[in-house]
Design a protein around this ligand. Structure first.
Ligand code: SF4
Ligand code: SF4
Length: 472
């Protein structure tokens, strides 16, 4: 039976409840009264249930869809302003014992080169990332208890945080590794990770089992309940995501929101982030082999619906998506993007020849971080390298309650401007710096608190004189 408070995967991601929600959405997809009522509720900015949001996703009334997009844009603007947080993935190892049919790291892929970075190699990768200007990483590793045990991940995190090269520093390490035990999550928490991210891939149990025929990941319940264990282990910020294209998108969408409702019901705090990857080409993987691929238009609608359904949850998009698609969805709700990414093991130090690629997926947006930063600013956004909340202890319910009270706004813009200033001073090309200086000058006007405005002006000046790492 559907029960968001249950700790059992099949209760909080209840198959029948999803089918009933989709049937309800179908029955009301042209029902003006119901759609209007849902849009009115969404305007309160307190979110929507999976069933309500499913109706919006199914909505076939063109004018109401336009209203949805306009509302998503407004909510994005009100909650996140012009800021876009930057990050990069760091692949530690592509050894993996699982059999995921959509991923080139699956154990049966015998021709992909297997690599695992040594601590020295990690050091070199991190220096390369610091030299680009990154401050926030997402660690990636396959599941392999022999080659990539937790001790290896913990040691790697320690190495990453210890490297101070010129003015560079990685100030937040998010971790995307396989589902594990409460005990292991506790160790990750002690190692100082930011968000623990685990993609569900698909919420549809039967499809999940087909797509994961072998390895520990084939256990649907163990995987789906992982975020609960992470929270029990003390990790306050967890990230969700599905791989769109594996199953029917409307099913995944409802499941994703039910998962968010479950975390809120049990722990009083929803997911910190939601990622929206789509299946894309890679070694041994042809996206056309999956029949549920979604068009750019549907992808945009999914982003808009997530934005209005969970306004407080950050939304992440990677370089899987092209510049064009990224541009469109930034407006509709994305708050974090990667830039200058390499999706291979050791790819930041040395670009691999294509034939020997160890990449998890083909990058669609291949621009450098500096190009992405400049592009964002030219579009009117403020690229932010901020990592302040986690370092100030603003995580989990503390973060969410500040966020819901509108207080985060008082930190985000000042922190974005100060970290952008650091970037401009230390890493930007001259033309990027020129654009950035104008952006910083303009955006300071939007800081409403006069005291904060004054402090920011002083700190920006100090950054030009060589001081670093200010934060609110
Ligand atoms: S998706 Fe993750 S668990 Fe599955 S094969 Fe790829 S690296 Fe391994
Ligand atoms: S102040 Fe907190 S919420 Fe705002 S950008 Fe920085 S880390 Fe994110």
């Amino acid at each position: 039976m559907y029960d968001p408070k249950s700790r059992k995967a099949e209760d909080f991601i209840n198959h029948q409840e999803i089918l009933d929600s989709l049937a309800y959405a179908d029955a009301h997809k042209t029902d003006r009264a119901v759609i209007d009522a849902i849009l009115e509720k969404a305007k309160l900015r307190k979110g929507l249930s999976h069933r309500e949001a499913s109706v919006l996703l199914a909505c076939e009334l063109e004018d109401k869809n336009q209203e949805l997009f306009a509302l998503a844009k407004q909510i994005k603007k009100d909650f996140y302003g012009d800021r876009i947080v930057m990050f990069a993935p760091l692949y530690l190892s592509n050894y993996c014992v699982n059999g995921c049919l959509y991923c080139p790291y699956h154990a049966k892929n015998k021709h992909i080169p297997r690599k695992k970075l040594t601590q020295e190699e990690i050091r070199a990768e991190v220096i390369a990332l610091q030299d680009m200007g990154h401050k926030r990483l997402a660690l990636e590793a396959g599941e392999d208890p022999v080659n990539n045990p937790l001790e290896y991940i913990l040691e790697s995190i320690k190495t990453i945080y210890s490297i101070k090269h010129k003015n560079g520093a990685i100030r937040r390490v998010n971790v995307n590794i396989a589902a594990t035990t409460v005990e292991d999550y506790r160790k990750l928490k002690e190692a100082g990770i930011g968000t623990y991210i685990l993609f569900q891939e698909t919420y549809h149990k039967e499809s999940y089992e087909k797509l994961h025929p072998t390895g520990p990941k084939s256990n649907y319940a163990y995987h789906t309940e992982a975020h609960d264990r992470a929270m029990e282990g003390g990790i306050d910020d967890v990230g969700l995501g599905v791989l769109f294209g594996l199953e029917l998108y409307r099913y995944e969408f409802a499941g994703l929101l039910m998962h968010a409702e479950h975390l809120e019901a049990v722990f009083g705090v929803g997911p910190h982030t939601i990622s929206v990857p789509r299946v894309c080409p890679a070694d041994d993987i042809d996206p056309n082999a999956f029949d549920n691929g979604i068009s750019d238009e549907i992808f945009e609608k999914i982003v808009a619906c997530i934005r209005v359904a969970v306004p407080y949850t950050g939304m992440i998009i990677s370089t899987r998506e092209s510049q064009k698609v990224r541009e469109r969805v930034l407006d509709l709700g994305i708050s974090q993007i990667s830039g200058g990414s390499r999706t291979s093991v050791g790819g930041y130090v040395e670009k691999e020849p294509e034939a020997e690629s160890s990449a998890q997926f083909d990058v669609s947006d291949t621009r450098t971080l500096d190009q992405v930063v400049r592009w964002l600013m030219e579009l009117g956004y403020v690229p932010s390298f901020c990592t302040a909340c986690y370092r100030e202890g603003r995580t989990g319910d503390r973060f969410m309650s500040l966020c819901k009270a509108g207080q985060i706004q008082n930190c985000c813009l000042p922190n974005a401007l100060m970290t952008l200033q650091e970037y401009l001073m230390d890493y930007a090309a001259p033309e990027t710096r020129e654009v950035g200086e104008k952006v910083i000058a303009q955006q300071q006007a939007y800081i409403t608190n006069p005291k904060v405005k004054e402090i920011v002006a002083q700190r920006l000046e100090k950054i030009t004189q060589g001081e670093r790492d200010f934060r609110f």
